[in-house]
Design a protein around this ligand. Sequence first.
Ligand code: PSV
Ligand code: MN
Length: 396
Amino acid sequence: MNTDDLFAALDRQRIETPSWGYGNSGTRFKTFAAPGAARDVHEKIEDAAEVHRLTGVAPSVALHIPWDEVSDYAELRRFAERRGVTLGAINPNVFQDDEYRLGSVTHPDPAVREKALAHLLECVEIMRETGSRDLSLWFADGTNYAGQDDLRARKRRLRDALRVVHDALPDGARMLLEYKLFEPAFYATDSFDWGAALAHCVAVGEKAQVLVDLGHHAQSVNIEQIVAFLLDEGRLGGFHFNARRYADDDLIVGTTNPFELYCIYAELVAAEQDADDTVSGTARNVAYMIDQSHNIEPKVEAMIQSVLNCQEAYAKALLIDRERLAEAQSRGDVLEAHRVFTDAFRTDVRPLLRDWRRERGLPEEPIHAHRASGYQEKVARERGTAAAGGGFPVKR
Ligand code: PSV
Ligand code: MN
């Protein structure tokens, strides 16, 4: 790919950041209070705008409802737009209320299912006001013990709810169904893997697509193959980027396994260039989102780093010599194909990205620029240190 095409592709790249990555968050052991951490949705949007100002590729911020609940979403939208960002995916929350102890839309009690469904539909209404295209659905629903509930009944309850939500979506909107192997349910999670999520999406309709969260698989699962499969089916809707070493660690994307991130982007780039319109159209419409919680690291800097890691992985994937790769593959030349594929991964794209940024009036080194800007010190001064929750009950 020549530099012009490469830069044009980099211009099109978008990475959405999550409102919840800017506030205090923690583990079940402790939430540390970070000076300057965003205390409400307005401050989260300001932080997201700062990440976009420095990187140029993070123009939207995802909301989690009710964490980011406001009385006037149209006003929130204007607030965001005045700061140069838009409101992105709406993430309903059907996992925090006491009623959801045995599940939300798959709960054995129809009254609880109705409550959960009402919240999902409320989020569809919010999408209309925020101008959001995507509803990201994640269900903590599941069981902890064999025999606890009827697995097929739970599958059907989930399907019924998804169908209602699907049919309520405005034109042009989508619902993205996330899956997760385990946690918080430890015996059986109702939306447990990509295949089940795909089956639900195909059954409920065209506006339903699968969302891949990098932290939601068993160890050593080949995520890029899942990505390739879903793209080819026209059903890959979005990503939740993060890094994991053990489970759903929600660390900074591209840190523990940069090669995996590269392989994923390699599939996405290949699909973008596919001759089949459904495949290329699907690839071009993927919602790239970060889903991380920053527990010990400075939050805005962590988000900038995350965005840059995605940008680097994408730039490398764009550099793959596709012709040479196809040639080697068709000759059955195993190692030449692997070399061509990994050559791009080994390329240092940082000088190229510095050029791309300079040409666009962005700081060549966004992390340095952020550190030099005094933003962190300013928000620490203005916002102070918000009290943070404690995790487990304190031992006496
Ligand atoms: C669940 O682990 C998840 O990945 C879902 O996307 C949630 O909405 C998000 O994390 C934040 O809790
Ligand atoms: Mn997620």
